[in-house]
Each structure stands twice: as C-alpha cells, then as structure tokens.
Design a protein around this ligand. Structure first.
Ligand code: LER
Ligand code: MN
Length: 272
C-alpha cells in the first residue's frame, strides 16, 4: 500500500529549502502524527545529530515509521560530492553517505543521494563523472544491503546538477549498474521540469521507482500548483508502487498548514 511521509529538516543552514518541519525531531514527529502521516523523512546535518534511542522512542510514541534519510547536508555543509575531481573528497563523500546509511538502516530507512551526486565539468569529463557516480552507487548499495534497504538515487533538475536530470535517463543509468539494490526517487517537482511525461516516466521506471517526493509544480504542497495528479496516481498504481509519497515541499504558508494541505491531497488521491 502506498503510504504518506513528511520531511523534517534538522539542517539550520538549509532554511528556505523545500522541507516541511524545521523545529526538531520531537516537534516534527508530533505534528506529522497529529496531521495523519504514516512516516517521517529526516534531513540531518550528520549521522550523529540523530540519537537513535530518541528517534525510536518518538516513532513508537507516535506510531510512525522512518521513510528515508537524506544525505544532502554532505553537500550543503561540507561541499562533498561523489563526482569531485579530488579523490580524497570523493572518498570523504562516500564516508559521509555510509554514515547516513548506518543511521537510517536500523530503522529500515534508505538513504537518498540527491545533491551529493555533484556535477561534471572543469577537469572532470561527463563520462568520468558518470563512471565515478556509478561505482559509488554500487559500493554504497552493497553497504545498504546489510540493513535490507536499497540505496535511493534521485535525479534532480538542471539548475541543481548536470548528471541525470530526468527520471527516464536515471532509469537507463541505474539499469546499467552492477547491482540490483539501487532504486530511483521520483521527485514530482524535478520531473515537472525535466521529464517529457511524468506518468510515462514512472511507468518506464516500473519496479525501479523506490521513493516519491510528493509536491506540486511550484514546489508548494500538493494542490497549490498546476500538477495534474490523476495520471500520476494511475501510473503509480499501474507499476504496483507500494512505497512512500513523501512531502518534500516548501513550508507554505507555514509548516503545519503545508502538512495539512499535503495529507488532504494525499487522502483525496490515495484513500478516497
Ligand atoms: C533537491 O532538490 C531535492 O529534491 C532533494 O530531495 C535532494 O537532496
Ligand atoms: Mn527531492
């Protein structure tokens, strides 16, 4: 069954970004549960910023799951990427991601590689960057396997990366990897910019689609932009998608209202 999730950012430096709750794990979990979400997705500055006992207790108290954990802070706070020209920095980037995998893994939460995929250019030719990204994904997916979770790769739009922007291109990339433990994150905001047809791209992704960022065309909560959700729902049903629709949207007009609006739309689309 498709389940709902909502983002909590613990990264103060990312304020202004597309995350719903910003005031700590306890506040985010309490509000997520109150509004009716099944799970939370956590964007942390580092693995040790989340106390596993505290998180376990919060999830249990509120009847929530942890849907996924983000790695973007590696880029935002430390400028780390898997396609950096410097081999030492690429290694450091992998270490950061491994630590986030180790944080989410015991909760059954896969780690997401989004902005840490970096970009090609300068001394790094596109083919070389793609090779490095592929090798890192294979290595990190093997690390994730011990927790029985996949590694999630997120194609992001052209203004944030020049690696794989459209889901259809990410599908080809992931199919070519020497692992079957990488899944694709379909972020509807990025797809609205990059994919020719969101529904067709989801169908093409099929079983490789492992997570969805649920958001509208303008990155506001679902229902506050011009996204046509009916074909998206049909496509997800046609591929038997049974993961999360996780709200990664601007906290517009404020976190609580953004969460309420998102769950209202989620219920209208998936629980009617
Ligand atoms: C970034 O635009 C994004 O969508 C995040 O999920 C990736 O870290
Ligand atoms: Mn996203």
């Amino acid at each position: 069954m498709i389940r709902s999730a909502v983002t909590i950012s613990l990264v103060e430096q990312a304020r202004g970004g597309p995350f719903v709750f910003w005031d700590g794990l306890a506040d985010g979990c309490a509000k997520a549960a109150e509004v009716g979400f099944d799970a939370v997705e956590i964007f942390a500055p580092a693995a040790d910023a989340v106390n596993p006992d505290e998180l376990r207790q919060l999830l249990d108290t509120h009847g929530l799951q942890c849907a996924a954990v983000g790695t973007g802070a590696g880029m935002v706070l430390h400028g780390l990427s898997l396609t950096d020209a410097d081999a030492g920095k690429r290694e450091h980037a992998k270490e950061f991601i491994r630590s986030i995998i180790d944080m989410g893994g015991p909760f059954g939460a896969p780690a997401i590689i989004g902005s840490m995929q970096g970009r090609w250019g300068g001394d790094v030719a596109r083919d070389l960057a793609v090779q490095w990204l592929g090798e890192a994904c294979v290595e990190l997916a093997a690390h994730a396997q011990q927790y029985d979770v996949p590694l999630i790769y997120e194609p992001i739009n052209r203004y944030e990366s020049n690696m794989f922007n459209a889901v259809v291109d990410a599908v080809e990339f992931v199919q070519g990897l020497a692992t079957d433990n990488v899944r694709i994150l379909a972020d509807l905001f990025h797809m609205n910019i990059e994919d020719v047809c969101i529904a067709d791209a989801l169908r093409q992704g099929g079983g490789l689609i492992g997570h969805v960022h649920f958001v509208d065309s303008n990155r506001r909560p679902a229902g506050l932009g011009h996204m046509d959700y009916a074909p998206v729902v049909k496509a997800l049903e046609s591929i038997d998608y049974d993961g999360y629709l996780s709200v990664e949207a601007f906290p517009y007009p404020d976190p609580y209202e953004a969460a309420k609006q998102s769950i209202l739309k989620f219920n209208e689309l998936f629980r009617a």
